[in-house]
Design a protein around this ligand. Structure first.
Ligand code: ACO
Length: 323
């Protein structure tokens, strides 16, 4: 059976760091409120003129170097983003050009904070079907451009960044001990469309807009959906909670992450956390966390890594990977 093996990871965070204290000097908030409710201490913010494609390319290059693959050789580039450079064409095509690739397929996937899991699933399916041999999957966002910086209930929660993974199709024997993506699970429920959305923006409304959110509803559903989805993926592969070496959840709020790990009987020592330093970078949080944990040798070959996310739509999903 063909499996998608993670061959490399890369990350990029903009230089500028904005602390909670800096935000508190501009709006009615405090470091205490933000850190106690969310665990966030700071976030990275893109420079003027720095676009999602710039961040994505800066994450893609180290991921390709890590995998030992030239960008020109890629068969597939999938970018998960809710903040594309332009309404069209897909920002992934700009990344493709930036990598000197003229023969692969490049497209964007839009599932907000679940975007990376969705993009990973698209790429995994194409690799397993033999439609591609190598794929670059990126999560990249410049959320700072769609925030209402006067709305303290949303602007303190997000940051900018990009993470990338390179996948290579490999031929395992089909047992759970084999390396690669074991399965992906995707869900959405559009009746929650208005719980987390941008009130305008590129497309049919013809207006520009900002993030609007029913925070409590998002919080409640995030804990339930993310844990539920990891359970489905473990059950589907005949695995138990105790088999998981690392949980890499979407990073929106430390309290959501802690509740999810509790529901899954996983101690926080087995959970990768970046939200304190990076805040919520939407589709980029999971590949950023993976790149960090691979670089510092927490995640190593042979380990079972569970990824899970929930975001606007609502959308949610999980992926189980034998590293
Ligand atoms: N600073 C100070 N006070 C604030 C701030 C702020 N930044 N934001 C809100 N408040 C105030 C409110 O005005 C309210 O004041 P009031 O009681 O006088 O009316 C009070 O704090 C409590 O507000 P709540 O919204 O009830 O606070 P809550 O405990 O629910 O925490 C939070 C809010 C942190 C947004 C929480 O609901 C949450 O994390 N939700 C998840 C949202 C999220 O992470 N979304 C990201 C995208 S989705 C995803 O990634 C899963």
């Amino acid at each position: 059976m063909k499996r998608s093996i993670v061959a490399g990871c890369g990350a990029y965070l903009p230089e500028r760091v904005v602390t909670n204290d800096e935000l508190a000097s501009r709006i009615d908030t405090s470091d205490e409120w933000i850190s106690q409710r969310t665990g966030i201490r700071q976030r990275h913010i893109a420079a003027d003129g720095q676009l999602t494609s710039d961040l994505a390319l800066a994450a893609a290059r180290p991921a390709l170097a890590h995998a030992g693959i030239d960008g020109a050789e890629l068969d597939l580039i999938v970018l998960a983003t809710a903040t594309p450079d332009n309404t069209f064409p897909a920002t992934a095509t700009k990344i493709q050009a930036g990598l000197g690739n003229r023969t692969g397929t490049a497209f964007d996937v839009q599932a907000v904070c679940s975007g990376f899991i969705y993009a990973l699933a698209m790429a995994d399916n194409m690799l397993r079907l033999g439609q591609a041999g190598t794929a670059l999957v990126i999560g990249a966002e410049v959320f700072s451009r769609i925030l209402d910086w006067q709305d303290r209930t949303t602007c303190v929660l997000f940051g900018d960044g990009a993470g990338a993974v390179v996948l290579r199709a490999g031929d395992g024997e089909g047992t759970n001990r084999d390396r690669g993506i074991l399965s992906t699970h995707l869900h959405s429920d559009g009746t929650n469309y208005d719980a987390l959305y941008v009130d305008g923006g590129p497309g049919s409304t013809g207006t520009s807009g900002f993030v609007r959110m029913a925070g409590r509803e998002v919080y409640k559903q995030a804990v339930v959906r993310m844990a539920e989805c990891v359970d489905h993926s473990l059950q589907g592969n005949g695995l138990q909670h105790r088999d998981v070496d690392w949980l890499v959840p979407h990073q929106a709020n430390l309290r959501i992450i802690e509740s999810t790990s509790k529901k899954l009987d996983l101690p926080m020592e087995k959970v990768i956390v970046t939200v304190d330093r990076q805040a919520n970078t939407s589709a980029a949080t999971i590949p950023l966390a993976l790149a960090e944990a691979v670089a510092d040798n927490r995640i190593v070959e042979g380990q079972l890594v569970a990824l899970t996310a929930m975001g606007g739509g609502f959308t949610w999903g999980s992926a189980l990977v034998r590293w």
